[in-house]
Design a protein around this ligand. Structure first.
Ligand code: 5GP
Ligand code: MN
Length: 347
Protein backbone atom coordinates (compact mmCIF):
# COMPACT_ATOMS: atom_id res chain seq x y z
CA UNK A 1 0.00 0.00 0.00
CA UNK A 2 1.37 3.49 -0.76
CA UNK A 3 1.95 5.91 2.13
CA UNK A 4 -1.08 8.14 1.56
CA UNK A 5 -3.58 5.26 1.99
CA UNK A 6 -4.90 4.20 5.38
CA UNK A 7 -6.26 0.77 6.28
CA UNK A 8 -9.42 2.23 7.91
CA UNK A 9 -10.25 4.17 4.72
CA UNK A 10 -9.81 1.07 2.56
CA UNK A 11 -12.04 -0.93 4.94
CA UNK A 12 -14.61 1.87 4.85
CA UNK A 13 -14.54 1.89 1.03
CA UNK A 14 -14.86 -1.90 0.84
CA UNK A 15 -17.90 -1.77 3.15
CA UNK A 16 -19.52 1.02 1.10
CA UNK A 17 -19.02 -0.98 -2.12
CA UNK A 18 -20.25 -4.21 -0.51
CA UNK A 19 -23.42 -2.52 0.75
CA UNK A 20 -24.41 -0.63 -2.42
CA UNK A 21 -26.37 -1.64 -5.52
CA UNK A 22 -26.31 1.29 -7.93
CA UNK A 23 -23.21 3.45 -8.32
CA UNK A 24 -22.73 6.78 -10.12
CA UNK A 25 -19.17 7.74 -11.05
CA UNK A 26 -18.47 11.37 -11.96
CA UNK A 27 -15.43 13.18 -13.34
CA UNK A 28 -14.67 16.69 -14.55
CA UNK A 29 -16.07 18.60 -17.49
CA UNK A 30 -14.15 18.42 -20.79
CA UNK A 31 -12.88 15.01 -19.70
CA UNK A 32 -9.23 14.29 -20.47
CA UNK A 33 -7.53 10.91 -20.57
CA UNK A 34 -7.18 10.72 -16.80
CA UNK A 35 -10.84 11.58 -16.13
CA UNK A 36 -12.03 9.03 -18.73
CA UNK A 37 -9.41 6.42 -17.85
CA UNK A 38 -10.10 6.51 -14.11
CA UNK A 39 -13.89 6.53 -14.61
CA UNK A 40 -13.67 3.62 -17.08
CA UNK A 41 -11.36 1.67 -14.76
CA UNK A 42 -13.68 2.06 -11.79
CA UNK A 43 -16.89 1.36 -13.68
CA UNK A 44 -15.40 -1.88 -15.08
CA UNK A 45 -14.05 -2.96 -11.68
CA UNK A 46 -17.37 -2.35 -9.92
CA UNK A 47 -19.33 -4.23 -12.58
CA UNK A 48 -16.98 -7.08 -13.40
CA UNK A 49 -15.32 -7.75 -10.03
CA UNK A 50 -18.09 -6.69 -7.64
CA UNK A 51 -21.27 -7.26 -9.67
CA UNK A 52 -22.56 -3.71 -9.09
CA UNK A 53 -24.80 -1.68 -11.39
CA UNK A 54 -22.25 1.09 -11.95
CA UNK A 55 -22.41 3.88 -14.54
CA UNK A 56 -20.05 6.75 -15.32
CA UNK A 57 -21.89 10.08 -15.66
CA UNK A 58 -20.06 13.05 -17.15
CA UNK A 59 -21.14 16.63 -17.87
CA UNK A 60 -20.15 16.52 -21.53
CA UNK A 61 -19.22 13.96 -24.13
CA UNK A 62 -15.51 13.44 -24.75
CA UNK A 63 -13.56 14.88 -27.66
CA UNK A 64 -13.10 12.44 -30.57
CA UNK A 65 -9.37 12.10 -29.79
CA UNK A 66 -9.99 10.67 -26.28
CA UNK A 67 -13.27 8.84 -26.93
CA UNK A 68 -11.50 5.51 -27.75
CA UNK A 69 -10.29 5.42 -24.12
CA UNK A 70 -13.76 4.23 -23.11
CA UNK A 71 -13.75 0.41 -23.41
CA UNK A 72 -16.42 -1.16 -25.64
CA UNK A 73 -19.60 -1.70 -23.69
CA UNK A 74 -18.59 0.34 -20.61
CA UNK A 75 -21.69 2.30 -19.57
CA UNK A 76 -21.10 6.05 -19.84
CA UNK A 77 -23.82 8.73 -19.81
CA UNK A 78 -23.28 12.35 -20.86
CA UNK A 79 -25.39 15.30 -19.74
CA UNK A 80 -25.24 16.94 -23.18
CA UNK A 81 -26.65 13.78 -24.80
CA UNK A 82 -28.83 12.09 -22.17
CA UNK A 83 -29.84 14.78 -19.63
CA UNK A 84 -32.88 12.98 -18.17
CA UNK A 85 -31.12 9.64 -17.87
CA UNK A 86 -28.15 11.30 -16.13
CA UNK A 87 -30.37 12.99 -13.55
CA UNK A 88 -32.45 9.86 -12.95
CA UNK A 89 -29.36 7.70 -12.53
CA UNK A 90 -27.76 10.07 -10.05
CA UNK A 91 -30.97 10.32 -7.99
CA UNK A 92 -31.30 6.52 -8.01
CA UNK A 93 -27.71 5.73 -6.97
CA UNK A 94 -26.81 4.66 -3.47
CA UNK A 95 -23.07 5.36 -3.82
CA UNK A 96 -21.34 8.23 -5.65
CA UNK A 97 -17.67 8.60 -6.67
CA UNK A 98 -15.99 11.77 -7.90
CA UNK A 99 -12.73 11.26 -9.79
CA UNK A 100 -9.95 13.52 -11.09
CA UNK A 101 -11.30 16.80 -9.69
CA UNK A 102 -11.47 18.37 -6.28
CA UNK A 103 -15.19 19.17 -5.99
CA UNK A 104 -18.60 18.82 -7.65
CA UNK A 105 -18.39 22.35 -9.11
CA UNK A 106 -16.09 20.83 -11.76
CA UNK A 107 -19.01 18.65 -12.94
CA UNK A 108 -20.74 21.91 -14.04
CA UNK A 109 -24.36 21.11 -15.05
CA UNK A 110 -24.41 18.00 -12.86
CA UNK A 111 -23.25 19.77 -9.70
CA UNK A 112 -26.73 20.31 -8.21
CA UNK A 113 -27.82 16.70 -8.86
CA UNK A 114 -24.74 15.28 -7.22
CA UNK A 115 -24.90 17.63 -4.26
CA UNK A 116 -28.61 16.85 -3.74
CA UNK A 117 -27.98 13.09 -3.67
CA UNK A 118 -28.20 11.61 -0.15
CA UNK A 119 -25.90 8.69 -1.15
CA UNK A 120 -22.47 8.39 0.50
CA UNK A 121 -19.84 10.18 -1.56
CA UNK A 122 -16.23 9.16 -2.18
CA UNK A 123 -13.54 11.42 -3.66
CA UNK A 124 -10.48 9.96 -5.42
CA UNK A 125 -8.33 12.82 -6.70
CA UNK A 126 -4.88 14.37 -7.02
CA UNK A 127 -5.66 18.10 -7.32
CA UNK A 128 -4.85 20.77 -4.73
CA UNK A 129 -7.53 21.97 -2.26
CA UNK A 130 -10.06 19.08 -2.19
CA UNK A 131 -13.55 19.99 -0.87
CA UNK A 132 -13.26 17.43 1.96
CA UNK A 133 -16.41 18.49 3.80
CA UNK A 134 -18.62 17.43 0.84
CA UNK A 135 -17.46 13.78 1.03
CA UNK A 136 -17.89 10.84 3.38
CA UNK A 137 -14.55 9.39 2.33
CA UNK A 138 -11.61 11.16 0.71
CA UNK A 139 -8.58 9.70 -1.07
CA UNK A 140 -6.58 12.75 -2.08
CA UNK A 141 -2.92 13.47 -2.60
CA UNK A 142 -1.11 15.85 -4.96
CA UNK A 143 2.04 13.70 -4.63
CA UNK A 144 1.03 11.26 -7.35
CA UNK A 145 0.95 11.23 -11.14
CA UNK A 146 -2.77 11.04 -11.75
CA UNK A 147 -6.20 10.11 -10.44
CA UNK A 148 -5.72 6.84 -12.34
CA UNK A 149 -2.60 6.05 -10.32
CA UNK A 150 -4.31 6.84 -7.03
CA UNK A 151 -7.24 4.64 -8.06
CA UNK A 152 -4.78 1.88 -8.99
CA UNK A 153 -3.35 1.84 -5.46
CA UNK A 154 -6.82 2.06 -3.90
CA UNK A 155 -8.08 -0.92 -5.96
CA UNK A 156 -4.94 -2.94 -5.24
CA UNK A 157 -5.50 -2.40 -1.50
CA UNK A 158 -9.03 -3.84 -1.59
CA UNK A 159 -9.30 -7.39 -0.21
CA UNK A 160 -10.52 -9.02 -3.44
CA UNK A 161 -7.52 -7.71 -5.40
CA UNK A 162 -5.05 -8.23 -2.53
CA UNK A 163 -2.18 -6.33 -4.15
CA UNK A 164 -2.20 -8.50 -7.30
CA UNK A 165 -2.82 -6.37 -10.41
CA UNK A 166 -3.47 -9.58 -12.39
CA UNK A 167 -6.79 -9.82 -10.51
CA UNK A 168 -8.02 -6.53 -11.97
CA UNK A 169 -10.41 -6.86 -14.92
CA UNK A 170 -8.42 -6.41 -18.16
CA UNK A 171 -10.49 -3.31 -19.08
CA UNK A 172 -9.65 -1.75 -15.71
CA UNK A 173 -5.92 -2.45 -16.01
CA UNK A 174 -5.77 -0.95 -19.51
CA UNK A 175 -7.82 2.14 -18.55
CA UNK A 176 -5.57 2.80 -15.53
CA UNK A 177 -2.40 2.67 -17.64
CA UNK A 178 -4.05 4.90 -20.26
CA UNK A 179 -5.14 7.53 -17.72
CA UNK A 180 -1.73 7.69 -16.08
CA UNK A 181 0.03 7.86 -19.46
CA UNK A 182 -1.99 10.88 -20.58
CA UNK A 183 -1.67 12.80 -17.31
CA UNK A 184 2.11 12.31 -17.19
CA UNK A 185 2.36 13.20 -20.88
CA UNK A 186 3.80 9.72 -21.45
CA UNK A 187 6.10 9.67 -18.38
CA UNK A 188 7.39 13.23 -18.85
CA UNK A 189 5.72 15.08 -15.93
CA UNK A 190 4.63 14.30 -12.34
CA UNK A 191 6.25 10.87 -12.34
CA UNK A 192 7.03 9.29 -8.95
CA UNK A 193 8.68 5.97 -8.05
CA UNK A 194 5.16 4.62 -7.42
CA UNK A 195 4.21 5.56 -11.01
CA UNK A 196 6.83 3.20 -12.45
CA UNK A 197 5.74 0.50 -9.98
CA UNK A 198 2.16 0.90 -11.15
CA UNK A 199 3.20 0.70 -14.81
CA UNK A 200 5.31 -2.35 -14.10
CA UNK A 201 2.40 -4.06 -12.26
CA UNK A 202 0.06 -3.36 -15.17
CA UNK A 203 2.50 -4.57 -17.85
CA UNK A 204 2.98 -7.76 -15.79
CA UNK A 205 -0.80 -8.08 -15.73
CA UNK A 206 -0.79 -8.14 -19.53
CA UNK A 207 -1.74 -4.61 -20.58
CA UNK A 208 -0.74 -3.96 -24.21
CA UNK A 209 1.22 -0.68 -23.84
CA UNK A 210 1.90 -0.40 -27.57
CA UNK A 211 -1.85 -0.53 -28.13
CA UNK A 212 -2.40 2.18 -25.51
CA UNK A 213 0.25 4.44 -27.08
CA UNK A 214 -1.13 3.86 -30.55
CA UNK A 215 -4.65 4.83 -29.43
CA UNK A 216 -3.37 7.96 -27.71
CA UNK A 217 -0.69 9.27 -30.03
CA UNK A 218 -0.93 7.71 -33.50
CA UNK A 219 -4.51 8.39 -34.53
CA UNK A 220 -4.57 12.16 -35.02
CA UNK A 221 -6.17 13.77 -38.04
CA UNK A 222 -3.79 15.45 -40.50
CA UNK A 223 -5.51 18.79 -39.82
CA UNK A 224 -4.50 18.62 -36.22
CA UNK A 225 -0.81 18.23 -36.99
CA UNK A 226 -0.93 21.08 -39.52
CA UNK A 227 -2.74 23.32 -37.02
CA UNK A 228 -0.06 22.57 -34.40
CA UNK A 229 2.57 23.70 -36.90
CA UNK A 230 0.69 26.89 -37.71
CA UNK A 231 0.10 27.77 -34.06
CA UNK A 232 3.76 27.27 -33.15
CA UNK A 233 5.05 29.16 -36.19
CA UNK A 234 2.56 32.02 -36.54
CA UNK A 235 0.63 32.37 -33.29
CA UNK A 236 3.15 31.74 -30.50
CA UNK A 237 4.29 34.86 -28.64
CA UNK A 238 6.91 35.02 -25.90
CA UNK A 239 7.03 37.97 -23.50
CA UNK A 240 10.31 39.44 -22.21
CA UNK A 241 9.52 37.88 -18.78
CA UNK A 242 9.26 34.38 -20.28
CA UNK A 243 5.54 33.77 -20.73
CA UNK A 244 4.77 31.87 -23.93
CA UNK A 245 1.20 32.10 -25.14
CA UNK A 246 -0.95 30.96 -28.03
CA UNK A 247 -4.52 32.03 -28.72
CA UNK A 248 -6.71 29.59 -30.62
CA UNK A 249 -9.37 31.94 -31.94
CA UNK A 250 -12.61 30.84 -33.50
CA UNK A 251 -11.14 31.81 -36.89
CA UNK A 252 -8.17 29.47 -36.45
CA UNK A 253 -10.48 26.68 -35.29
CA UNK A 254 -12.60 27.09 -38.41
CA UNK A 255 -9.64 27.45 -40.78
CA UNK A 256 -8.19 24.10 -39.65
CA UNK A 257 -11.56 22.51 -38.88
CA UNK A 258 -10.20 21.80 -35.38
CA UNK A 259 -12.33 19.63 -33.12
CA UNK A 260 -12.63 19.95 -29.38
CA UNK A 261 -9.63 18.30 -27.74
CA UNK A 262 -7.34 18.49 -30.76
CA UNK A 263 -5.10 21.13 -29.16
CA UNK A 264 -4.51 18.84 -26.14
CA UNK A 265 -0.78 18.74 -25.35
CA UNK A 266 0.13 21.85 -27.37
CA UNK A 267 0.47 24.00 -24.25
CA UNK A 268 3.44 21.87 -23.15
CA UNK A 269 5.50 22.53 -26.27
CA UNK A 270 6.78 26.08 -25.52
CA UNK A 271 8.15 24.93 -22.14
CA UNK A 272 10.95 23.28 -24.11
CA UNK A 273 12.31 26.75 -24.96
CA UNK A 274 15.08 27.79 -22.56
CA UNK A 275 13.81 31.22 -21.57
CA UNK A 276 10.16 30.19 -21.18
CA UNK A 277 8.98 29.88 -17.56
CA UNK A 278 5.28 29.44 -18.19
CA UNK A 279 3.05 28.59 -21.13
CA UNK A 280 -0.60 29.57 -21.58
CA UNK A 281 -3.00 28.38 -24.27
CA UNK A 282 -6.35 30.14 -24.78
CA UNK A 283 -9.22 28.52 -26.68
CA UNK A 284 -12.10 30.74 -27.73
CA UNK A 285 -15.62 29.63 -26.74
CA UNK A 286 -18.88 31.62 -26.86
CA UNK A 287 -18.34 34.08 -23.98
CA UNK A 288 -14.95 33.01 -22.62
CA UNK A 289 -11.58 31.49 -23.42
CA UNK A 290 -10.73 28.13 -21.89
CA UNK A 291 -7.30 28.53 -20.34
CA UNK A 292 -4.54 25.90 -20.04
CA UNK A 293 -1.42 26.77 -18.07
CA UNK A 294 1.86 24.87 -17.66
CA UNK A 295 4.94 26.05 -15.76
CA UNK A 296 8.51 25.05 -15.07
CA UNK A 297 9.54 24.26 -11.47
CA UNK A 298 9.72 27.43 -9.37
CA UNK A 299 6.80 29.10 -11.18
CA UNK A 300 3.24 28.37 -10.12
CA UNK A 301 0.67 27.64 -12.82
CA UNK A 302 -1.80 27.02 -10.00
CA UNK A 303 -1.36 30.53 -8.54
CA UNK A 304 -1.88 32.16 -11.92
CA UNK A 305 -4.96 29.99 -12.61
CA UNK A 306 -6.46 30.78 -9.20
CA UNK A 307 -5.70 34.51 -9.12
CA UNK A 308 -6.22 35.49 -12.79
CA UNK A 309 -8.46 32.83 -14.40
CA UNK A 310 -11.04 31.60 -11.81
CA UNK A 311 -9.42 28.17 -11.87
CA UNK A 312 -6.91 25.85 -10.27
CA UNK A 313 -5.35 22.43 -10.70
CA UNK A 314 -1.78 21.39 -9.93
CA UNK A 315 1.32 23.42 -9.11
CA UNK A 316 2.74 23.13 -12.66
CA UNK A 317 -0.41 22.25 -14.68
CA UNK A 318 -3.61 24.19 -14.18
CA UNK A 319 -6.56 25.64 -16.01
CA UNK A 320 -9.37 28.14 -15.81
CA UNK A 321 -11.45 30.61 -17.83
CA UNK A 322 -11.14 34.17 -19.13
CA UNK A 323 -14.56 35.79 -19.63
CA UNK A 324 -15.72 38.74 -21.66
CA UNK A 325 -17.02 41.25 -20.83
CA UNK A 326 -16.25 40.32 -17.18
CA UNK A 327 -12.44 39.98 -17.33
CA UNK A 328 -11.67 41.62 -20.67
CA UNK A 329 -13.90 43.86 -22.86
CA UNK A 330 -13.73 41.54 -25.90
CA UNK A 331 -11.75 38.53 -27.26
CA UNK A 332 -9.34 40.88 -29.06
CA UNK A 333 -8.10 42.12 -25.66
CA UNK A 334 -6.84 38.69 -24.58
CA UNK A 335 -3.24 39.25 -25.71
CA UNK A 336 -2.97 42.50 -23.73
CA UNK A 337 -4.41 40.73 -20.67
CA UNK A 338 -1.77 37.98 -20.99
CA UNK A 339 1.03 40.54 -21.39
CA UNK A 340 -0.13 42.12 -18.11
CA UNK A 341 -0.29 38.72 -16.36
CA UNK A 342 3.25 38.08 -17.57
CA UNK A 343 4.49 41.37 -16.19
CA UNK A 344 2.70 40.97 -12.84
CA UNK A 345 3.40 37.28 -12.21
CA UNK A 346 6.79 36.55 -13.80
CA UNK A 347 8.87 39.72 -13.25
P1 5GP B 1 -5.86 21.31 -18.93
O1 5GP B 1 -4.95 22.47 -19.20
O2 5GP B 1 -5.22 20.02 -19.33
O3 5GP B 1 -7.24 21.50 -19.41
O4 5GP B 1 -5.99 21.26 -17.34
C1 5GP B 1 -4.86 21.19 -16.52
C2 5GP B 1 -5.30 20.94 -15.09
O5 5GP B 1 -6.07 22.05 -14.60
C3 5GP B 1 -6.20 19.72 -14.94
O6 5GP B 1 -5.80 19.03 -13.78
C4 5GP B 1 -7.57 20.29 -14.80
O7 5GP B 1 -8.37 19.48 -14.01
C5 5GP B 1 -7.34 21.65 -14.16
N1 5GP B 1 -8.32 22.61 -14.68
C6 5GP B 1 -8.58 22.89 -15.98
N2 5GP B 1 -9.55 23.83 -16.10
C7 5GP B 1 -9.93 24.14 -14.83
C8 5GP B 1 -10.92 25.05 -14.29
O8 5GP B 1 -11.64 25.75 -15.01
N3 5GP B 1 -11.01 25.08 -12.92
C9 5GP B 1 -10.21 24.33 -12.11
N4 5GP B 1 -10.37 24.43 -10.79
N5 5GP B 1 -9.29 23.47 -12.59
C10 5GP B 1 -9.14 23.37 -13.93
MN1 MN C 1 -5.75 14.11 -13.61
Amino acid sequence: MIACLHTEDIQHLDALVEGCRRVAIAAHTHPDGDALGSAAALVCYLRQSRGKDAVAILPDSPAPSVRPIIPDGAPFLFLDRQPEECRKRIAGSDLVFLLDCNGFSRTEGLQECFEASPAPKVLIDHHLNPERERFDLVFSTPEISSASELLHWVLLSLPDIGGDARKLPADTAKALLTGMTTDTNNFANSVYPSTFRMASDLLDAGVDRDGVLSTLYNQYRENRVRAMGFLQYEDLRITPEGLAYMIVTRDIRERFDLEDGETEGLVNVPLSIDRVKMSILLKEETDHFRVSIRSKKGWSAQQVAATRFHGGGHENASGGKLYWPGDIPAPANAAAFLERVSHECLS
